[in-house]
Ligand binder design. Structure first.
Ligand code: XMP
Length: 518
């Protein structure tokens, strides 16, 4: 769904690792922004009538042959431009400054000192402040018209500005939380320099999107695949607010859900829940167990689960009859990671993002949350009155426990991992740790080992506990769960879950590990 009539900042992506963060920080300042590749033609940028442009960091050196670049006209459109790291160097290079390789890489926390007291970009920033640097190259000579607004010990130009032309460059990363005043600096740029009013709010988003959905759907019918996860749940309530009875939500229980999860989804979205949706619960457990029998390779399991999910979903759609629209809870990072936003490599092709496959009967796809980041989706959820418990749920992968059981999936193993996971979740919540862990779960290893229980020899499975802290799920640290909590979970799992005689805690970070075990 397109965002209309909204002041907009464009984030031009040069391939740096923090680029989605830049966009999120702008949005947190209540200013709407979108990410585009640096390859986007100038004409298209002009047509979008941005209030300001931010050039992101990137891995290249701007003076190298073939490095990512931009049209010099970008700086002459009269639109304020802020360059970050590579973006700052590129701005200087293109406008006639000089960028060179430094003798030493400057990386990590660094103190900068302001050289001027009245820079609009640095309004409210103390004269000395800590920032996050990460660069090999540095600006050794500024382009005509620019002056230095801040420097660090190793970096003569940490911030530069040409106030008259509204062009600003920052060598460090204001989007990273380690930069103490980063949020303020980006706020100064979008509010004071670009003149954005800060009207991007989720209540306005809800009102506008409801109108757009009504207009698009008319009196047609919409089908939504509801998993009970945050994104599809918020999409369901939003669509229901817009078109009520014309929406049907299909929840497929593939038998790989967490303990009691199907009941919980039924309770919220089923006939006795508060939303009065057309809700179809499909029990496809046995179908999935049959299809997965004898399969142990992770990608093969993923493939089977994904494929069967669509088949079951389509069969349900046929039963319902003529449905013109398929809705999904796609969010902005899905769009960017599918290679449709900025410069991100295709990390995983999210199902159907960007268009429908050929074999389905639907006329069009509706993605009401397509422009939003996860934290914004949560705000919309709260705005719509969805219970906090559901809105702040940790992510759960589509293939579910299928990829948390190493090796072959059987019904018996599903029960083991469900019970172990429920105990882990209960104890994490009891210890008050659930809001500070971003994802945590139990997985079942394919390893059996010898133990002794009540004087008897056992030869049973090992459960692996995993808990991570992460911002974007691209990298993650294993969380330091207090030892007594782990001990209690371990003893409960071994006592309460049959055929488990060992519990391990995974302390691998990502990379080199991944969050899930498969
Ligand atoms: P990894 O394991 O790649 O996980 O570090 C990163 C995030 O993605 C989730 N994940 C998946 N989600 N289908 C999904 O819908 C998948 O196949 C899948 N694999 C991983 C994972 O739970 C974590 O949040």
């Amino acid at each position: 769904m397109e965002i209309q009539n909204q002041e907009k900042i464009l984030v031009i992506d040069f391939g740096g690792q923090y680029n989605q963060l830049v966009a999120r920080r702008v949005r947190e300042n209540n200013v709407y922004c979108e990410i585009y590749s640096y390859r986007t033609p100038l004409e298209k940028i002009r047509e979008m009538q941005p209030k300001g442009i931010i050039l992101t960091g990137g891995p290249a050196s701007c003076y190298e042959e073939g490095a990512a670049s931009c049209d010099p006209e970008l700086f002459r459109m009269g639109v304020p431009v802020l360059g970050l790291c590579y973006g700052a160097q590129l701005m200087q290079w293109v406008l006639g400054g000089k960028v060179e390789r430094a003798a030493n890489r400057e990386y990590g926390r660094t103190e900068i000192q302001l050289d001027t007291a009245d820079s609009p970009l640095l309004k409210g920033v103390p004269s000395r402040t800590v920032v996050w640097m990460s660069h090999f190259d540095f600006i050794s000579r500024m382009a005509p018209g620019f002056t230095v607004a801040a420097h660090s010990l190793n970096c003569p130009v940490a911030v530069c500005e040409d106030r008259a032309s509204k062009l600003y460059g920052i060598q460090f990363h204001p989007e990273v939380l380690h930069t103490e005043e980063g949020f303020k600096i980006l706020g100064n740029f979008v509010h004071d320099i670009c003149g954005c009013s800060g009207s991007w709010r989720m209540d306005a988003f809800v009102a506008q999107t409801v109108e757009q959905i009504r207009e698009k759907v008319g009196d047609g019918r919409v089908l939504l695949g509801l998993s009970g996860g945050v994104d599809s749940s918020v999409a369901a309530v939003l669509l229901s607010k817009a078109i009520g009875e014309q929406l049907t939500c299909v929840f497929v229980d593939h038998g790989l859900l967490r303990k009691n999860e199907a009941d919980e989804v039924d309770a919220v979205f089923g006939p006795s829940g508060p939303y009065r949706l057309n809700y179809v619960h499909v029990d496809a457990k046995q179908h999935f167990y049959d299809k997965l029998a004898g399969v142990s390779e992770p990608e093969a399991k993923r493939h089977i689960i994904g494929e069967e999910f669509i088949r079951v979903f389509e069969a349900e759609a046929k039963k319902i009859g003529a449905v013109e629209f398929l809705a999904q809870g796609t969010i902005y990072p899905d769009v960017v990671e599918s290679g449709l936003g900025g410069e991100s490599a295709v990390i995983k092709s999210h199902h159907n993002v960007g268009g429908l496959p050929e074999h389905v009967d639907f006329k069009e796809i509706i993605e009401p949350l397509r422009a939003l980041f996860k934290d914004e989706v949560r705000k919309v959820g709260l705005e719509l009155g969805i219970p906090e418990k559901l809105v702040f749920r940790q992510p759960f992968p589509g293939p579910g426990l299928g990829i948390r059981i190493i090796g072959e999936v059987t019904e018996e193993k599903v029960k083991m991992v469900q019970d172990a996971d429920a105990i882990f979740r209960e104890e994490v919540a009891a210890a008050g740790l659930d809001r500070e862990l971003n994802q945590y779960f139990a997985a079942l290893t394919n390893m059996r080992s010898v133990g002794v229980m009540g004087d008897e020899r056992t030869y049973d499975y090992a459960v692996c506990l995993r808990a991570v802290k992460t911002i974007d799920f691209m990298t993650a640290e294993s969380a330091e769960i207090p030892w007594p909590v782990l001990q209690k979970v371990t003893s409960r799992i071994i006592n309460e879950v049959r055929h488990v005689n060992r519990v391990m805690y995974d302390i691998t970070s990502k990379p080199p590990g991944t969050i899930e075990l498969e």
